[in-house]
Write a protein that binds this ligand. Structure first.
Ligand code: ADP
Length: 257
């Protein structure tokens, strides 16, 4: 995208001419578009649960409150929607925190974190969710490995990956978490036996709010921000993330950091 600016100028004593300034504004336009798409997406994501909450509140007020069973059902839906809003706002705050950190990362505040401790904590948090789908989580994590990183971010990274490995898995499926040292890098793998991701969508799943199946993601309470948060964290530490996936068989997320 080019921008052309015209200016009338005087040169060489009394000669007059027109100066054309041509600038390449592709990146500026791209950033502007990304920003406005982001605002549109956030507004849409906020509006959907709010519209639903408003609808149920109105129906309750218009009489549904008289029927205790119906009222209870509606209140439960309202609660689920409120929880989704809270999750969305937390994820948004998280993303902006990580993005700001890109400019200013305070190495002194970082600690040497034992990775196995963090993984154990995350698995504990997600245990009930896995059990409810009869999913087994297998760990192969070197208990000595340490990494210099904000503990909260490492935890968030694992939670998002393991959570997805459970959500997009089948009943009775499996999740494998592998952490090992490879040369001077740390290799993290989270693998599942779930629904997989179509090849042509793999590049897009790290985009904010991108979901392969919007309906499914919403139904399970996804915000569409999880992987974008993971990618930001990995890149902040000059790491790389790769995905291998086959529809119907499962997905494998590999991080080298
Ligand atoms: P969401 O909140 O929708 O899970 P994410 O950013 O975590 O958002 O993931 C983006 C999309 O990538 C998901 O909606 C899903 O379609 C796909 N996805 C992520 N992880 C997996 C996985 N382990 N298996 C299959 N699909 C996945």
């Amino acid at each position: 995208i080019l921008k052309v600016t015209k200016k009338r100028i005087k040169y060489e004593e009394n000669k007059e001419g027109i100066l054309l300034i041509v600038s390449d504004i592709t990146i500026i336009k791209k950033l502007e578009k990304m920003r406005s798409d982001f605002v549109a997406n956030v507004s849409h994501e906020l509006k959907t649960p709010l519209t639903s909450i408003k609808g149920f509140v109105e129906t309750l007020r218009d009489g549904a409150i008289e029927d205790k069973d119906v009222a209870m059902k509606f209140l439960n839906i309202i609660e689920v929607e409120v929880e989704r809003l809270v999750r969305l706002i937390n994820d948004l705050l998280y993303l902006s925190e990580i993005e700001n950190a890109k400019i200013e990362i305070n190495e002194e505040e970082e600690e040497e974190v034992n990775i196995k401790d963090v993984v154990d904590e995350c698995v504990q948090l997600l245990k009930l969710k896995a059990e409810s789908k009869d999913i087994k989580i297998h760990l192969d994590v070197d208990s000595e490995l340490k990494i210099k990183m904000y503990r909260d971010w490492l935890k968030q990274l694992f939670i998002n990956l393991i959570d997805n490995a459970i959500i997009y898995n089948k009943e009775g499926g499996e999740v494998f978490i592998i952490v090992e040292k490879s040369a001077d890098k740390i290799l993290i793998k989270v693998k599942d036996t779930g629904i997989g991701i179509p090849q042509n969508e793999i590049d897009r799943i790290f985009e904010r709010f991108y979901r392969v199946d919007k309906g499914r993601s919403r139904k399970v309470g996804g915000t569409g921000l999880g992987l974008s948060i993971v990618k930001h964290i990995v890149e902040l530490y000059n790491g790389k993330i790769y995905v291998n996936s086959e529809v119907g068989k499962g997905s494998e997320f590999t991080i080298v950091i």
